[in-house]
Design a protein around this ligand. Sequence first.
Ligand SMILES: Nc1nc2c(c(=O)[nH]1)N[C@H]1C(S)=C(S)[C@@H](COP(=O)(O)OP(=O)(O)OC[C@H]3O[C@@H](n4cnc5c(=O)[nH]c(N)nc54)[C@H](O)[C@@H]3O)O[C@H]1N2
Ligand SMILES: Nc1nc2c(c(=O)[nH]1)N[C@H]1C(S)=C(S)[C@@H](COP(=O)(O)OP(=O)(O)OC[C@H]3O[C@@H](n4cnc5c(=O)[nH]c(N)nc54)[C@H](O)[C@@H]3O)O[C@H]1N2
Ligand code: SF4
Ligand SMILES: [Mo]
Length: 877
Amino acid sequence: MSAPAVCTTCPYCGVGCGVLATPDGAGGLTVSGDKSHPANFGRLCSKGSALGETVGPEGRLLAPRLYGKAAGWPEATAEVARRFSETIAQHGPDSVAFYVSGQLLTEDYYVANKLMKGFIGSANIDTNSRLCMASSVAGHRRAFGTDTVPGTYEDLEQADLVVLTGSNLAWCHPVLYQRIVAAKAARPSMQIVVIDPRRTATCDAADLHLPLAPGSDVALFNGLLRHLDQSGAVSEAFLRASVEGFDEALAAAISAAPATAETGLPDALLHRFYALWAGTEKVVTVYSQGVNQSAQGTDKVNAILNCHLATGRIGRPGMGPFSVTGQPNAMGGREVGGLANMLACHLDLENAAHRMAVREFWQAPRMPEAQGLKAVDMFDAVERGQIKALWIMATNPAVSMPEADRVRAAIAGCEFVVVSDITAETDTARLAHVLLPATGWGEKEGTVTNSERRISRQRTVLPAPGQARHDWQIIAQVAAAMGWGSAFDYSSPAEIFREYATLSGIAAQLGKDFDISGLAGLTDADYADLAPVQWPVNTTRTGGRFFADGRFFTPSGRARMLPLRSAPTAANPAFPFRLNTGRVRDHWHTMTRTGQSPRLSQHMAEPYLEVHPDDASRLGLRPAGIAEVTSPSGRALCRTMVTDRVRPGEVFMPMHWTGETAALGRADALVASVVDPVSGQPESKGAKVAIAPFAAAWFGFAVSASKPRPDAPYWALARARGGWRLELAGGEAPEDWEAWARRVFGLGPEAQALVVEDRSRNGARLAFLAEGRLAAALFIAAEPVAVSRSFMAGQLGAAAAPAQLSGQPGQDMPDPGATLCACFDVGVNTILAAIQSQHLASVEAIGAALQAGTNCGSCRPELAALLTSATRREAAE
Ligand SMILES: Nc1nc2c(c(=O)[nH]1)N[C@H]1C(S)=C(S)[C@@H](COP(=O)(O)OP(=O)(O)OC[C@H]3O[C@@H](n4cnc5c(=O)[nH]c(N)nc54)[C@H](O)[C@@H]3O)O[C@H]1N2
Ligand SMILES: Nc1nc2c(c(=O)[nH]1)N[C@H]1C(S)=C(S)[C@@H](COP(=O)(O)OP(=O)(O)OC[C@H]3O[C@@H](n4cnc5c(=O)[nH]c(N)nc54)[C@H](O)[C@@H]3O)O[C@H]1N2
Ligand code: SF4
Ligand SMILES: [Mo]
């Protein structure tokens, strides 16, 4: 009999989809979308669908490690408590810090924040949400007086115009994107505009794409404000009743240079967008990291909010600004006060009454009176030796922080570093004095809040592996060992949640928006059964939109419009390219989880650099060659992807590769620590870099059943079915490829080698057989290796066959090509062949023929692009 499915929530993006998970009896899970969950109504994207492949024991941290040696929990806990207590006693509470994460559950987050702000007595707790949502938080607080996302997902479906700015929704919030696409299919008059310097997959559903100059969003929206005023779209009634600062904001917009100059967009295109926005009452402006991760992030946010406030298009169905959150609990972290400048429940750290209320509630011995160190400042303080004990939970700053090489060195130089993670080997975990094994998704339970303020339960489906413990437990046991046992004497997440919900009622009495006091009386059974619920939840209301009544949380009750001026950055001739960074469809951040899935690893298998064809030819970069990217702070080597999806002078690199998965693939090694002065959020999308071809004398591709230990100037490692795949490039070739391969793949003399060398062309083909089956294969050539990756990956463990040395399937076995549809594992060649032979003319027809694109839909934009290019080619032939 199979176990019943458990209703839980996806641990990836802020859409917050409901997942039904069933143990498969072999340690894994089968998952499907929860049809009753109001975020996804049964849909899942490629990452959600592959969750079952990522929960295995491989790579997990299973026991505490103390100074590099396995240890028990009592020792590890005692050591962390002792070192923190001693450091605080000697150097004061501000000499220690926590760096936490939007991937903690609300209950974990609440306990971490309570320990640091209420008991240690410092505000030095910040979160990776500083790199993610801080500009939105700051923009909301400036305009609304509190950090409120006004709308709901339904607004996106009810809108007549959806503007997506600085958001690659198709890849980063796929299920929400699919909801918009479905709404447009049902009501084709709905318009979609994408504002992004890159032509992303999201543009495929757009009626209009504005490839603006990066960083010019303030100019663009200032221009819109001016247009709204001139075209009579401003709501005088709303301004009179509910807004202050309109005149100043408009004056600033009028005195600014015309938007065409800064955005680089043609006048006609800009005006089409302005007229559309002005003429459409039901407009939602969705924004994400292209807005937040900028030296002007907060101003960009307020420039958007200004336009919605000026027209009163906020708080009503189908309209409003909508900041989508990145991580599963980015929103929850904002609520519990995970940021160094916030108190719990949206209360203000610098407000004495708020401090007093929280202190009394927590019975806290001490409370900080000023903001703590924000992420970038925090790691600077670590570098200076001012922070002497640091505890990092559920985040990988040695990869994800700007100037990541410097951050890595700072952590390595810190006197005492604790890392709580689920993964044994990460760039950050390698630097820890104490490594604490946490339970991961499926093993832990608690709540998360998604982009539309909906609180959902994550539930336990699997046992904790090894000695792993829940994050809240780990923090509470350290707190107890530091002498605060009674304040941290929790026996369950339900108990923590009730305490938190009670505190939110106090916050509401102090005039805050965040109020879940209606959940303070949940019994353990109620909490176990809690259905997804949108806040606020109190005696008078549950969920819905904010600001419909035109009342805001500022002292005057009116929203604030801000006068904004754009601030173009100065050029640096030594580093003439602008580096944009972001995400790919099938990977999650530093890949500790999605990297376990062969399916998810097929879509993009190595760090790459998108370069415009004009730049590529000027720089001598060839397609599929290796590009060397340098900035004042670091260096990277990437596969070159020549594409006109980026603008000339700009390049794009994904953020996912780490020291574990590539030789030099960390985008943040290149990114400067420039931050927005208001929010402290780094400008992750605007590094200045120089680019040159890397002079590779040889290229390689390999598959291996065991994990390779690569040794080459360029390498990138990814999971494949039955093992690993490895991309390689280098300068001088090793003397003996066979010896090299045996070392890298860990093959003993018993492995039989088949070698075909081609010295004249600097090439070689090697296959290694163990008991007659393929254990590893290596292809070396002077050119980027033309081998069917998917075919070779499928051969690992297969009986020896001649095709294994040719790297191509035989006549009878067509090469499926790179995986495009991850759900049904359909390759690009299979799709192209079907388009041609079956005359498929639509994404639906491809789905009917091959299933591709019919499950999560994440690949539908790429299918559409493939159709266009195939049809174009046919027309040309
Ligand atoms: N597949 C996948 N999905 C994810 C994640 C993941 O790792 N993988 N991570 C999650 C997290 S934590 C987050 S924060 C979200 C992020 O979700 P998004 O913000 O949608 O993703 P990004 O790729 O970081 O950046 C979005 C876009 O901003 C554009 N951009 C760059 N500069 C500018 C600019 O100056 N102006 C404008 N208008 N646009 C600009 C970039 O070209 C890019 O396409 O995704 C979440 N979802
Ligand atoms: N250049 C550039 N840099 C960026 C960005 C960008 O767009 N460009 N985006 C930024 C943004 S928006 C974000 S959100 C960050 C993300 O960056 P990170 O937070 O550094 O990336 P993750 O890989 O998500 O790290 C999560 C870690 O927590 C571990 N983990 C997973 N589940 C649990 C758990 O339940 N408990 C514990 N204790 N550990 C767990 C994972 O193994 C992993 O090591 O990167 C930021 N950095
Ligand atoms: S859209 Fe995908 S990654 Fe995001 S919550 Fe839903 S299933 Fe998970
Ligand atoms: Mo994020």
